[in-house]
Design a protein around this ligand. Sequence first.
Ligand SMILES: Nc1ncnc2c1ncn2[C@@H]1O[C@H](COP(=O)(O)OP(=O)(O)OP(=O)(O)O)[C@@H](O)[C@H]1O
Length: 887
Amino acid sequence: MLHLTGTGAGGLDRREAERRLELYGPNELPPRRGRGPVLRFLAQFHNTLIYFLLAACAATWLVGHTADAVVILAVVLVNAVVGFVQEGRAEHALNAIRAMISPRAGVLRGGTRTSAPVSELVVGDLVVLSAGDRVPADLRLLDSSALLIDEAALTGESVAAEKAPDPVPPRTGAAERTCMAYSGTLVAAGRATGVVVATGAATRIGRIGAMLEGVQRITTPLLRQINRFGRLITWIAASAGALLFAFAMLARDFAWLDALLAVVALAVAFVPEGLPAVITITLAIGVRRMAARSALIRRLAAVEALGSTTVICSDKTGTLTRNEMTVRRLYLPGRDLLVEGTGYAPEGGFADAGAPGGGDRPRPPEPVVATVLLCNDAHLRDEDGEWHAEGDPMEAALVAMGVKAGGAPERLRSAHPRLSALPFDARHRYMATLDQWPGENRIHVKGAPERVLDLCTAQASPDGSAALPLDRGAWEERVASAAHRGERVIALARRTVPAETRELTPGALEDGLVLLGLVGLIDPPRPEAVAAIAECASAGIRVTMVTGDHAGTAAAVAGMLGLAESPVVVTGAELDAMDDAEFAAAADQAQVFARTSPEHKLRIVQALQAAEHVVAMTGDGVNDAPALKQADVGVAMGRRGTEAAKEAAEIVLLDDDFASIVAAVHEGRVVHDNIRKVIAWTLPTNGGLVLVAAAAIAAGLTMPMSPLQILWINLVTAGSLGLALAFEPAEDGVMDRPPRPAEKGLLSPFTLWRLGAVSVLFLAGAVAVLAYASGRGYGIETARTMAVNAIVVMQIFYLFNVRYLHTASMNWRAVRGTPALLAALAAVAAAQFAFTYLPFMQEVFGSAPVPFWDGVGIVCVGLLLLLLLEAEKAVLRRMGRFEELRV
Ligand SMILES: Nc1ncnc2c1ncn2[C@@H]1O[C@H](COP(=O)(O)OP(=O)(O)OP(=O)(O)O)[C@@H](O)[C@H]1O
């Protein structure tokens, strides 16, 4: 096979791979054509309000009011440009993050195993597959063990197909070519190597015209809710506008064009048309902030769910602990040995536990050394004097121990070639190899003690030379005491079989293994996880450990992490024996689930969700995918995780660290807060403007502002001031309050209260300014200009109040603002000066200069509004109603 692709046994050499990549191009499917920028821009106009505005623009144009038509058109265009730019930025942010989780594949190049980006694979590359990988290109299999491939992506067939390298007859249909693994399919179980025979568009999936997943649609439950709300408001505005139009013409003798303009301006003021764009950008900023803290968001909806998360179910190994294993003790027949040394460095010796030092250094017997080194797929790598694990860290720790005991892994492995193996799998919890010996063969087994003890009928004598009856009770006690110390315990066993036995089956293990001893490994907790767990406690979030490890070990590690002093532990076996009601109760109680298999995770998520929890669940293996999909926030590990897990998850953690989940929750809460702030600012300011104008029409007074001026206010403040809130940093104490209930709707009692109260205050402010102007005998232009400025100034001061929904706004940090806020303020101030003092603007908008001290007076009106609202905050807090109203 290999001669056809010009590949050596060690794979292509690097130079050749580069040459082929240059020649044949990257291993990528053609991207799906997204909507072009023109179409995306035009889509911004597809909105009922915009249709109204365009109609009004045409009407004013036709009757010769060019200035009005131009201003209306400007409102439409600014709105479209802001929407277009913000949507583009949000998409860009998400796509940049997608690029960061571009898949990689294990390849053999120049004799060494590395991982390369899937897009860089070329024909002739040797690819290594294991469970959970997505097949990166079309491969001819060369070698496989228990390989099962799920080809649903290609054929729709949901039952995984058995694959093996044996040739198939010529002209076998593509679907039956069991010696091939096709690009885009998923390795459900087993391992294999294969040589790439087609890449990119030449693969089977490429030839059926499949394309890369297109640009992600930006939508979340909240955005959908807001869009629905926006449509509702638009229709309310349209109906109210029609009534107002009739009223203004019939009862108040408005000319029809004046009435139309007034109604259009009010509709624009009333409808929060910029809200979806501002909220999208708030979410996108959250995505960026999370990425900076190692949590990559794959689906935008997760940002919202994170803010409401009530339970985090986390794996233990590698997420809560460092996954840096070291063997600490050996429990051998008749004695315990302490293992010296640190990390993976194969340096250090052994000491008798409990026995004084000196004399001969003890050493583990040969069968123990052979078992840990042969029943093992890991290697140690020395890099500038530092030792690293290649492969499973626990297995690497066993290699280090074997070397400390005088074993030579490479020599042993070539002297006793592996004939067959049963790879480790989380359900069986053991690994076994069949290794060649002179005149006989040997089965070496390592695995979870209770599994291995079940298979053993004897135990080795203290010197390892003979087999004695198994004293199971004593071994179980030793397992329990090791687990109690937080050690992960692995049992070692072996058996001799006749030389004819060349194939290993689970049945062969049943006929009596000889127990050699136990290994106790430590895996220290991640210090940042300890802090993050404490943070969860104050944030009202429950943390539950879900692990495949022994109950005792898991409980001890939970104690070290500060999860619970004596945690409630439920094992997988106990869960299996429960009915649904018992299961639900156990899921709600337990802090640790031990000896679980991935299937339990799905049931745990479902039980917690049935109890109205918002669940974040971590996972890395192919079997974790269903639980990750089911969880409100599926969290996959970026380093350890399989492609299958990453694709099922909403979040990928770059550093596999539990603390990054908590950081993401923190950012999710900030996003929630900022969305609340955007809404709490936008709706009342819109409401205030409408109330002022509607009150004037209803009372039959001259309009306090001309329709064009209302449009102006909307144009100047909606996109700038509201948007500044999207950039707000966290308020103090974000993680000191309970999660926000997920089912709470868009309009909280607080927002409704504010909508009413602030609208009335805006009305009062405007009326006061107008009354003052008329008292001073100012002309209508000056009075209206003052009213417009008063509304804008009140919006600005109100913004400062809304920036801090949880804490007092009256501090230096609040006054100093953020760069986004200062930029928005500068822009609005410049626009208002132009509006008030530039002759050209005065001509278009009918504005007039405002005397300096009156300007100062207007600022004081805004300040008064802020003081009143701060007083309201203080009173509500004093009454203990603040938190309750807030959500
Ligand atoms: N490579 C291996 N060979 C043999 N046995 C193993 C191997 N890895 C793990 N085991 C045994 O299987 C048990 C479960 O392992 P698994 O990988 O499912 O759990 P875990 O890594 O502790 O789980 P989690 O990551 O969920 O905390 C271990 O406690 C150990 O006894």
